[in-house]
Ligand binder design. Sequence first.
Ligand code: VTB
Length: 326
Amino acid sequence: MTTPTRNLALELVRVTESAALAAGRFMGRGDKVAADQAAVEAMRFMLASVEMDGEVVIGEGEKDQAPMLYNGERVGTGAPPQVDIAVDPIDGTRPLATGNLNAISTVAIAPRGTMFDPGPFVYMNKLAVGPAAQGKVDITAPVEANLHAIARAKGDRVDDLTVIILDRHRHERLIADVRRCKARIRLIPDGDVAAALMTAWPQSGIDVLLGIGGTPEGVLAACALRAMGGEIQGQLFARDEEELRRGREMGYDFDRTLTMDDLVASDNVCFAATGITDGELLRGVKYSGGGATTDSLVVRGLSGTVRQVRATHRLEKLNRISSIPY
Ligand code: VTB
């Protein structure tokens, strides 16, 4: 028994709120680059206020060649605790730019050295489930075996299950396999962090996430599921022989299953997410009357507390004290 300690997740929610408020202005405006820039700037500005010595492990990465919040960047005030930080200022830049659903802003932290560093390997095969099916699935097993295991664990029939999958050509075989089992499918254009969280969110109606998505998004999802209950397993996915060869040279094993412990080796995680556009998990930012509302999730691994934070922001006041134009 110890005295209660600080819950950094409650500070992180200001970071994702800030990014969502800045990015939400770009909904449907067709400009992914400007949206991302606004979100990154707001997130970085707010992160500077958090008392921590953070090192970005999952950053804007090399996929987008980002100049800010890049991997290795130091963020926070520099005072302890020493933490790894994973950011995704916008998961779902495309749906945001086109005015579609489920774009969110997310941040996670964990003790220094505990987050998986994917290096330049941007794709990962994933299987994520909620608490009921935790420990019952195996990403190396056939889809059919996993769907049956999930149905059994939940006391459901396989045709009751809904599988969420990124809408990509690379998933044609996966989709055919799921259809053969008669499970239902929900296809999403982007946003597989939110998709992984939905598996642990009873009201969402989603039972399992399958398929290949971003590795950074996989680490963020692992941080959240570590706290919410549930599980994500991954396997690095090489796009071609050259990437596979390079990965192996760097010591990455593409055949190995990355477990929760590999993806984030600590229960002491904090995770926050704020909706940018409406979704099953979170409502999007609404602006009106000189203000805005945001809807966020705040999750702390040590206690397992999941908070839903609905905030009202006074933009004319914020714009007086902040350099971010909301
Ligand atoms: C997914 C999705 C993200 O990347 O992880 C995806 O959740 C994987 O890459 O929103 P592809 O888009 O190349 O398939 C994102 O789309 C972000 O880039």
